[in-house]
Design a binder for this molecule. Structure first.
Ligand SMILES: Cc1cc2nc3c(=O)[nH]c(=O)nc-3n(C[C@H](O)[C@H](O)[C@H](O)COP(=O)(O)OP(=O)(O)OC[C@H]3O[C@@H](n4cnc5c(N)ncnc54)[C@H](O)[C@@H]3O)c2cc1C
Ligand SMILES: *[C@@H]1O[C@H](CO)[C@@H](O)[C@H](O)[C@H]1NC(C)=O
Ligand SMILES: *[C@@H]1O[C@H](CO)[C@@H](O)[C@H](O)[C@H]1NC(C)=O
Ligand SMILES: *[C@@H]1O[C@H](CO)[C@@H](O)[C@H](O)[C@H]1NC(C)=O
Ligand SMILES: *[C@@H]1O[C@H](CO)[C@@H](O)[C@H](O)[C@H]1NC(C)=O
Ligand SMILES: *[C@@H]1O[C@H](CO)[C@@H](O)[C@H](O)[C@H]1NC(C)=O
Ligand SMILES: *[C@@H]1O[C@H](CO)[C@@H](O)[C@H](O)[C@H]1NC(C)=O
Ligand SMILES: *[C@@H]1O[C@H](CO)[C@@H](O)[C@H](O)[C@H]1NC(C)=O
Length: 517
């Protein structure tokens, strides 16, 4: 059995799954005119017949629904939430909101799937949040062996549904992460060294355009939109459904280890060796990280998750060096992906922020990163107190062959075709449990740490021009990092499918192609 407390999240600390609260129906049919007076978008949605799908602040279910957003800093209170259940309702919502004009000058729209992003895109104060969490089913089509995965589903439920027919997909590692945001930003999975990013497994997108038109985007229809959606985020339309190629469900061989921090540099060296594996070892995945959380340990720890996706414990890899070290905690199990995802949760309800960079696979850069993490943990301790925060610095392989996997599977916009060197994606997560003022200090310290890591990598000629969108901080420019050619392509596609700029101006959150310089 996998003890829950042993399991680390893949971006921040450990908690249980969020249970979305269903929309209260008691108020259905009652007039909202009073609470929506002076509130054109919510009044327009009600007038369009969507009262059943709305939650306004006076509804009993409103506040509990806000608390299903993952990070405290995204638990904003919009004028209303609208929770569609079908693609036709999404279409009606977008048409209605477009025709409600620009409001009295200042209201906008946010889109939420699993709500795990922390960059401010998934909620809004002045306006409407389209909460897709009720569009959360998964269907399996035996004839095509495709999974139809709805955007509001969480990966644990996707795996659990598909396990019933012995199939699986390339998706998230933590069970509560949402489908929509994960796949629109790429999607790094235990299967990525073998099958690429999650988006590389999507064969068709069902998309609602800014004017409410529903289109299917795939290799033969709207193929430009199809490619742009593979990494291009929320710039072209609202995706309601992802049709994904499936793979056989097999138990994973899964090893988790926590090590004393005097082994951090060994862990860094193993991460670097692992990122040099060639594609023939693609069944093997490694996540390494250093972290600090005073509840878990008074000093920083170094940790690893090693997975063999074929369930084989006997493959020789660079990870063997870690097996020989004494560990503080360790677990080695064969288990289904559903169970691994269910046990891996994270710091839900904390103020959370992140940052990311990609560096050439150079152990000196990794060791420096670990040194900066020690400084960050120490500085956070003196700034906000040892019990108020937790930190994670992840180091994950980005082998140079990842670009060619994407290309073989229909092409994406991540711009990795030209990646010549094996690389490591560095990802930081900082969670603050005390208050918003401490969070502001923590953000500033993380930016300082990020700048130091970048500067050291630059001094080693080790900066790779790729910022992984799903891990990027709000101030970073992941779309721009895909390269000029991809940026121009995404701009063209956005102009073609969203000529009115709904997803640039009315849905301002997330990373926007119009803001790339
Ligand atoms: C605990 C934790 C673990 C994680 N593990 C991994 C991991 O293993 N691998 C990995 O690659 N990433 C991981 N991430 C990062 C994760 O991929 C991103 O946070 C991603 O944005 C989450 O998707 P979501 O649907 O939950 O988020 P949301 O916040 O709901 O959405 C993210 C963004 O996409 C937009 N969006 C969402 N759905 C749609 C849609 N249908 N149409 C248009 N726009 C939409 C939103 O407006 C928002 O800007 C992890 C994050 C956390 C917090
Ligand atoms: C879908 O969401 C509803 C409402 O939050 C929830 O009750 C249900 O369990 C979810 N279904 C799945 C498959 O996760
Ligand atoms: C799933 O596959 C395994 C082995 O491949 C097999 O033993 C099992 O019977 C299958 N289960 C179902 C529900 O098809
Ligand atoms: C691609 O889209 C077209 C047009 O809607 C549709 O007929 C076809 O079935 C789609 N292909 C896939 C693989 O979904
Ligand atoms: C590392 O620390 C652990 C526990 O604190 C200790 O047992 C071990 O001997 C140390 N190893 C080295 C190489 O310093
Ligand atoms: C530290 O870890 C504990 C135990 O997993 C968790 O409850 C707590 O939220 C974490 N602290 C922070 C600030 O994330
Ligand atoms: C931590 O604080 C020290 C002393 O003020 C400073 O030199 C260092 O740059 C800081 N590092 C980080 C990562 O904040
Ligand atoms: C909606 O926008 C698309 C893309 O610009 C366009 O092809 C389509 O005709 C528009 N539909 C309507 C009803 O205006």
């Amino acid at each position: 059995m996998l003890a829950r407390c042993f399991v680390a999240s893949l971006v921040a600390p450990v908690v249980s799954a969020a249970n979305a609260i269903p929309v209260s129906r008691e108020l259905a049919g009652q007039s909202l005119v009073s609470s929506n007076a002076g509130n054109p978008p919510c009044a327009a949605l009600e007038a369009a017949g969507l009262r059943d799908r709305l939650l306004v602040p006076t509804d009993a279910a409103y506040e509990p629904q806000i608390n299903t957003w993952w990070a405290a800093n995204t638990r904003l209170r919009p004028w209303c939430l609208v929770l569609p259940q079908t693609v036709d309702e999404v279409s009606l919502i977008l048409k209605t909101l477009s025709n409600a004009g620009e409001g009295a000058g200042d209201w906008h729209i946010a889109i939420r799937s699993g709500s795990h992003s922390t960059t401010g895109g998934n909620n809004i104060v002045n306006g409407v949040a389209i909460d897709l969490s009720h569009m959360n089913s998964t269907e399996y089509d035996e004839a095509s062996s495709l999974a139809r995965v709805y955007t509001g589903a969480r990966w644990e439920s996707v795996y659990s549904h598909l396990a019933g027919v012995n199939r699986s997909v390339v998706g998230g590692r933590d069970g509560t992460v949402g489908v929509g945001g994960f796949l629109l930003g790429g999607g790094y999975s235990f299967y990525s060294p073998k099958l690429g990013f999650g988006c590389d497994s999507v064969v068709n997108y069902e998309v609602v355009l800014g004017n409410g038109t529903i289109v299917q985007a795939n290799e033969s229809a709207h193929s430009d939109l199809y490619r742009a959606l593979k990494g291009g985020h929320s710039n072209f339309g609202l995706v309601t459904r992802f049709d994904m190629a499936t793979i056989p469900a097999r138990n994973l061989w899964y090893e988790l280890r926590y090590l004393a921090n005097n082994y951090s540099s060994v862990v860094a060296d193993v991460a670097a060796d692992f990122a040099n594996h060639d594609e023939s070892l693609g069944d093997n995945a490694l996540v390494t990280w250093v972290s600090f959380n005073s509840t878990i340990s008074p000093v920083t720890t170094a940790s690893t998750i090693y997975v063999n996706v074929e369930g084989n414990p006997h493959v020789e890899t660079s990870y063997d060096a870690i097996r020989r070290l004494p560990s503080l905690l360790s677990e080695s199990v064969s288990l289904p992906l559903t169970q691994a995802a269910a046990a891996s949760g994270s710091g839900e309800g904390t103020w959370s922020t992140g940052s990311s960079g990609t560096y050439k696979n150079n152990p000196a850069i990794l060791r420096n990163t670990i040194r900066v993490h020690e400084d960050l943990a120490r500085n956070l301790t003196s700034a906000i107190g040892v019990d108020s925060f937790s930190t994670f610095f992840f180091m994950q392989p980005l082998p140079s062959y990842m670009g060619s996997i994407g290309k073989q599977r229909g092409g994406n916009v991540l711009g990795l075709d030209s990646l010549r060197d094996n690389a490591i994606i560095w990802t930081a997560g900082v969670s603050v449990s005390s208050n918003e003022a401490d969070f502001a200090l923590a953000r500033a310290l993380l930016q300082e740490a990020s700048a130091q890591i970048q500067a050291f990598a630059a001094s080693e000629d080790g900066v790779v021009d790729f910022i992984y969108l799903n891990y990027a901080g709000a101030e970073q420019d992941p779309l721009g990092s895909y390269g000029a050619e991809q940026v121009e392509f995404m701009r063209d596609v956005a102009a073609r499918y969203d000529p009115a700029g709904v997803f640039q101006r009315r849905v301002p959150g997330g990373f926007k192609i119009s803001r790339v310089v």
